[in-house]
Design a protein around this ligand. Structure first.
Ligand code: FAD
Length: 223
């Protein structure tokens, strides 16, 4: 935030960043330790974190949440996405966030000839829907490709077995929190891994080797 303010010549005192979170803690689906770490880091960066604050109304110059109204000209929605409405409007059974309910093979329950992978698929494991992440979407794409090839070749098909290498969430700058391959990470180490993963993904699109050029050591990541 300080770097951006400097870059654009905005006095830092003029910036008041408020984070509204409907749940009683940040990252509600995660372990409490990560929620606490994220809240601590964001508050330390000067962000006004308001928990149990559900957004009710957005107008051009103000927002209303939990009965309170704030004046603002800048609103950033980070409260999640929905799958394209095309899926439901074409008669597919959808659940949370408009995602299509799929069976153990990522096939649409009522149309087994149709596979759905990525954010649009609602695959439920042990009562919990899989999160919408790039890592899972990539693996599901590969699974669907292999399964269709097996079907075409008359081979038996294997059910989809989700494997999640972990999740890291950026806390700004060189700071992050989460776990990777069962190892809990936070601070600078997590930030470095997060940045490396993002660069790696980008390199798969550009075909060029990843470069971690913009990454900066930030001493506050250790606090
Ligand atoms: C702000 C943000 C930050 C994120 N950060 C992370 C992160 O750090 N790590 C992580 O793992 N995941 C992250 N994600 C989630 C990740 O981007 C998604 O899980 C991933 O992109 C899902 O891939 P997908 O192929 O299913 O869908 P998408 O990548 O959304 O691709 C779907 C494509 O289909 C196109 N499309 C939609 N409707 C139609 C139509 N009717 N006809 C033709 N094309 C259509 C869309 O334009 C889009 O290009 C983030 C998502 C957002 C929004």
């Amino acid at each position: 935030m300080t770097d951006l303010a400097d870059e654009h010549g905005v006095p830092i005192a003029d910036i008041h960043l408020i984070l509204l979170e409907a749940a009683s803690r940040l990252l509600p689906g995660w372990e409490r330790l990560y929620s606490e770490r994220a809240e601590h880091v964001l508050r330390r960066k000067g962000i006004d974190v308001r928990l149990s604050s559900k957004l009710e109304k957005v107008e051009p110059t103000r927002v209303t949440f939990s009965g309170e109204t704030l004046s603002t000209h800048t609103i950033v929605w980070a409260g999640g996405i929905r799958a394209p409405s095309l899926l439901a409007s074409n008669g597919l059974s959808t659940g949370r966030q408009g995602r299509v309910l799929v069976d153990d093979y990522l096939r649409v329950t009522q149309y087994p000839a149709i596979y759905v992978a990525g954010d649009s698929a609602l695959f439920v494991k042990a009562g919990q829907p899989l999160p919408a992440t790039a890592a899972l979407a990539l693996r599901q794409g590969a699974y669907v490709a292999t399964t269709i090839a097996d079907e075409v070749n008359g081979q038996p098909i294997e059910p989809y077995r989700p494997s999640n290498p972990g999740m890291l969430v950026s806390l700004g700058g060189s700071d992050a929190v989460g776990d990777l391959l069962g190892v809990s990470l936070q601070g600078f180490a997590a930030g470095l891994v997060k940045e490396s993963i993002e660069r790696l993904y980008i390199s798969t699109l550009t075909g060029k080797l990843p470069v971690i050029g913009r990454f900066r050591y930030d001493k506050t990541s250790f606090c």
